[in-house]
Design a protein around this ligand. Structure first.
Ligand code: HDD
Length: 728
C-alpha cells in the first residue's frame, strides 16, 4: 500500500485544459472536411447514386453517417429548468473565511476560482419564452482546486414544498396539462392552482412567485439564493449553519406584467440576448456572494425551523455578510456542449461545506445524479468537458457509456498491491472529505416535523414588506392567474388560502374575481395531510413570526444610482436636430447606457445639418418593451414625421404605460402631445418633479441629459399606474 508520502504532487490544476475546454475544442477554420473516422470528404453536396438519376446506394457511408448523426442530435431536455442560458466567469474572495470553513477557495484570497453559471426558468420547455412568470434558476459551478462545488439555487430564497417527495406533484401540476399540453411556460391554469390551493406549505413561495421577482428585467439584475441551510465546517471540525445569497451589483429590477407578455412575443430570447450582449460588450455581470451564518448553538433560537425550505432567515435577524464577488466574463463557445450539457448537482460539495437534514435538500441529493443518467446517457456525464473538475479524477470506477478516460494499469479495485495501493484514500488533513458527525438519536418516522407547520406568517411578512406598487402587482398577479383558472371551486379555495395570509389581499383578489372570500378556509387543507393523520396535528395556521417587516424583501430600496447597460431608444426621422440627438446620446453612453436610434426606415437618417446618422432599428424591428427609456430629439421635419407615425406614438404610449423614463427636447413636445399621456405631462421639470414623474421636457439638452439620467436610474415609476379600486 502506498504511504501518503509517496503520493506524487502531480495533481496540479490545469485551468486551460479543463475549464477553457481547449483540449476538446475544435476550430475548423482552414481545415478540410472529414468523416467521423477521419476520411477526407470529397463531395458533401450529393449522395452516391446508381447513375445521375438513379436511386441512392446503401453503400454511401458518408450519407448514412451524416443523417444518422443528425437523427440523434437531440438529448432529453431537463425535466425542469429546461430553458436556460449560461456563461463563464470567475469568483474572487474578499477575506478569508477560514474561521468558518476549510474550503480552500473560501480561505485563500489569492485564488481566482473559475465558474460556469446557468440561469433558467422552471416550467417551460427548452424553446419557451424567457419572460414567463416563473422562478428563475441560478446555478453556479465553482471549479475549485479541490473539486467542483455546485450552488444550485433560485432567484427566490424559499421553495414551494418542504419535502422532496412532493416535487413530482408540484412539477406535474405546473407543467402544461397532460391531456392537451396547454399552457406552455405558465402557471396560470387549473392544475397548478388546484395543487397550490391544497398545499398550504406553498403559501410563502407563492407570494414570491406572484411578485415582480418572477419577472426579472435581466438575469444580471436578480438575486440568487442557495435556499437550503447548509453547513460550513472549519479545520477544527466546528460546524456553522450557512445560507448562501447572490447580490447583483446592478440592483434587483423587474419588468411590468403587460410588458413581460409583450416581450414574450417580440423577443422570447430577451434574457438570453441581454446576458450574451452584456458579456460581448464587456459589461460583465457581477454579484457578491453573501452568507448568513448561524452558530450550532443558535439552531433553535428562531421561530421557524432552519431545516424548512419554505422559510428564510430575515436579514434583520442575521445580516448577510458579503464575502466575495463573481464576475461573468465569457460567453460559451457552443451552447449545446456547455450550457445544455452542464450537469449541476446539489451533492457536488467540497471539504468544508456539508449538508443539513432539510428533507427537500436530502431528496435533491438523489435526484440530480439520477436525472443526468437519463438526460446525458450514462454514468460518465462528469467526464463531459464542461462538467470535469479542474483537479485530476482518480478512482476505480470504470467503463460505461461514453467513457472518455483511458485508464491505464491492471488494478481497478481497492485495496490493491498491483497498483501499489493507488489511488489512495486522502486523510482529512490531505483534503479528504469527511461528513460532519452530527449526533442523531431518533425513531424512523414518515412524518412532517411540527416545527415546519407555520405556513402563513412568513408569507405575511413578505407581503407586509412590499411597497404599495409591489403589493398592487401581487394582487394583479393573483387576479390574472386565478382569472385563467376555469374551475370556480379552485379560485374559491385559493381565496381561502389568501385570507389566511392577509384578509386585505384576499378581499382585493376576491373583488377582481367577483367572488366571496370563503368563511372556513382551513377546511380544504386537510388534503395535504397523510391518510391516517390527525388534522389537529397539522394545523398550518399557527402564527409565529417575530419579524413584522423586512426591507430586504422589497425591491423598492435597491440600487438606483446607475444606468449602466440600460437600453435607451431615441426616436428620430429625417430632419432631426443633430445636436439634440447626439448630445443626449453621448451623455447616456458616457454614463454606461446602450443607446439605439429607431427611425421609420433602416440604415441612416439625414439630419437637418445634412449629417448622416446611423439607425439601429426601424419601427418594424424594434419595440418599446425592449427598452428601458425613450428620448425624442428636436428637428422640425423629424418631429412632424414622428407625430404622424402611429408606431412612434404607440412606442411612447407603451413606455409611459410601463412606467419608464421618457424625455423630449422641448422643440419635440408635439410628439408627446400626440400620446394618450399628454394630459399627464407635469407643469415643471425640476429635479424633484423628474424624480417623481419620470418625464423630462426641457430645451437645454445638457440639462435634459442630466435629468434624464437621474430618471432612468430610478428604473420604473410604478406610482404612475392607475390607482386601485378599494373593495367595498
Ligand atoms: Fe431542482 C434542476 C434549483 C428542488 C430536481 N433545480 C434544477 C436547476 C436549478 C434547480 C437551478 C437547473 C440546473 C441547471 O441549470 O442545469 N431545485 C432547485 C432549487 C430547489 C430545487 C433551488 C429547492 C430549493 N429540484 C428540487 C427538488 C428536486 C429537484 C426537490 C427533486 C426531488 N432539479 C431537479 C432535477 C433537475 C433540477 C430533476 C432537472 C435537470 C437537472 O436537475 O439537472 O434533478
Amino acid at each position: 500500500m502506498a504511504t501518503n508520502k509517496e503520493i506524487k504532487q502531480d495533481e496540479q490544476p490545469d485551468n486551460d485544459k479543463i475549464v477553457d475546454l481547449n483540449a476538446d475544442k475544435v476550430d475548423a477554420t482552414g481545415t478540410l472536411m472529414t468523416t467521423n473516422h477521419g476520411v477526407r470528404i470529397n463531395d458533401d453536396q450529393n449522395s452516391l447514386k446508381a447513375g445521375d438519376r438513379g436511386s441512392a446506394l446503401l453503400e454511401d457511408f458518408i450519407l448514412r453517417e451524416k443523417i444518422t448523426h443528425f437523427d440523434h442530435e437531440r438529448i432529453p431536455e431537463r425535466v425542469v429548468h429546461a430553458r436556460g442560458s449560461g456563461a463563464h466567469g470567475v469568483f474572487k474572495l474578499y477575506e478569508s473565511q477560514s474561521a468558518l470553513t476549510k474550503a480552500q477557495f473560501l480561505n485563500d484570497t489569492s485564488i481566482e476560482t473559475p465558474v460556469f453559471v446557468r440561469f433558467s426558468t422552471v416550467a417551460g420547455s427548452r424553446g419557451s419564452t424567457d419572460l414567463a412568470r416563473d422562478v428563475r434558476g441560478f446555478a453556479v459551478k465553482f471549479y475549485t482546486d479541490e473539486g467542483n462545488f455546485d450552488l444550485v439555487g433560485n432567484n427566490m430564497p424559499v421553495f414551494f414544498i418542504q419535502d422532496a417527495i412532493k416535487f413530482p406533484d408540484l412539477i406535474h401540476a405546473v407543467k402544461p396539462e397532460p391531456d392537451n399540453e396547454i399552457p406552455q411556460a405558465a402557471s396560470a391554469h387549473d392544475t397548478f392552482w388546484d395543487f397550490i390551493s391544497l398545499t398550504p406549505e406553498s403559501a410563502h413561495m407563492i407570494m414570491w412567485a406572484m411578485s415582480d421577482r418572477a419577472l426579472p428585467r435581466s438575469y444580471r439584475m436578480m438575486e440568487g439564493f442557495g435556499v437550503h441551510t447548509f453547513r460550513f465546517i472549519n479545520a477544527e471540525g466546528v460546524s456553522s449553519f450557512v445560507k448562501f445569497h447572490w447580490k447583483p451589483l446592478l440592483g434587483v429590477h423587474s419588468v411590468a406584467w403587460d410588458e413581460a407578455q409583450n416581450i414574450s412575443g417580440k423577443d422570447p430570447d430577451y434574457h438570453r440576448r441581454d446576458l450574451w450582449d452584456a458579456i460581448e460588450s464587456g459589461n460583465f455581470p457581477e454579484w457578491e456572494l453573501g452568507v448568513q451564518i448561524v452558530s450550532e448553538e443558535d439552531e433553535f433560537k428562531f421561530d421557524f425551523d432552519l431545516l424548512d425550505s419554505t422559510k428564510l432567515i430575515p436579514e434583520e435577524l442575521v445580516p448577510v455578510q458579503r464575502i466575495g464577488k463573481m464576475t461573468l466574463n465569457r460567453n460559451p463557445d457552443n451552447f449545446f456542449a456547455e450550457t445544455e450539457q452542464v450537469a449541476y448537482h446539489i451533492g457536488h460539495v467540497v471539504a468544508g461545506i456539508d449538508f443539513t437534514n432539510d428533507p427537500l435538500l436530502q431528496g435533491r441529493l438523489f435526484s440530480y445524479t439520477d436525472t443526468q443518467l437519463i438526460r446525458l446517457g450514462g454514468p460518465n456525464f462528469q467526464q463531459i468537458p464542461i462538467n470535469r473538475p479542474l483537479n485530476p479524477v482518480r478512482n476505480n470506477q470504470r467503463d460505461g457509456y461514453m467513457r472518455q478516460t483511458i485508464d491505464k494499469g491492471k488494478s481497478s479495485y481497492n485495496p490493491n498491491t498491483l497498483g501499489n495501493g493507488f489511488p489512495a484514500q486522502a486523510k482529512a488533513s490531505e483534503g479528504g472529505f469527511t461528513s460532519y458527525p452530527e449526533r442523531i438519536e431518533a425513531r424512523k418516522v414518515r412524518a412532517r416535523s411540527k416545527s415546519f407547520l407555520d405556513h402563513f406568517s412568513q408569507a405575511k411578512l413578505f407581503l407586509d414588506s412590499q411597497s404599495d406598487p409591489e403589493r398592487n402587482h401581487i394582487v394583479d398577479a393573483f387576479s390574472f392567474e386565478l382569472g385563467k383558472v376555469k374551475t370556480v371551486a379552485i379560485r374559491e379555495r385559493m381565496l381561502g388560502i389568501l385570507s389566511l395570509i392577509d384578509s386585505g389581499l384576499a378581499a382585493e383578489v376576491a373583488f377582481a374575481l367577483r367572488l366571496p372570500v370563503p368563511q372556513d378556509p382551513a377546511l380544504p387543507l386537510n388534503h395535504s395531510i397523510p391518510a391516517d393523520g390527525d388534522p389537529a396535528d397539522y394545523d398550518p395556521t399557527i402564527v409565529r413570526s417575530s419579524v413584522a417587516i423586512s426591507s430586504a424583501l422589497s425591491m423598492a430600496g435597491t440600487v438606483k444610482d446607475s444606468i449602466k447597460t440600460r437600453k435607451i431608444a431615441i426616436l428620430a426621422a429625417d430632419g432631426v436636430d443633430e445636436i439634440s440627438l447626439t448630445t443626449v446620446k453621448d451623455a447616456l453612453m458616457a454614463a454606461g447606457a446602450v443607446v439605439e436610434v429607431i427611425a421609420p426606415r433602416l440604415n441612416y437618417i439625414i439630419a437637418e445639418s445634412d449629417a448622416q446618422i446611423v439607425v439601429d432599428h426601424s419601427f418594424l424591428t424594434a419595440a418599446s418593451v425592449l427598452y428601458d427609456a425613450v428620448y425624442v430629439p428636436a428637428g422640425t421635419n423629424s418631429v412632424a414625421t414622428l407625430e404622424a407615425e402611429a408606431d412612434a406614438i404607440h412606442f411612447l404610449n407603451e413606455a409611459f404605460k410601463h412606467c419608464k423614463a421618457i424625455a423630449a427636447d422641448k422643440a419635440a413636445i408635439q410628439v408627446l402631445e400626440a400620446t394618450y399621456f399628454s394630459s399627464k405631462l407635469p407643469d415643471d421639470y425640476s429635479e424633484e418633479t423628474v424624480l417623481r414623474e419620470g418625464v423630462v421636457v426641457v430645451d437645454d439638452v445638457e440639462e435634459l441629459a442630466d435629468k434624464f439620467i437621474l430618471a432612468i436610474a430610478q428604473h420604473r415609476f410604478w406610482e404612475r399606474e392607475k390607482p386601485r379600486k378599494i373593495p367595498a
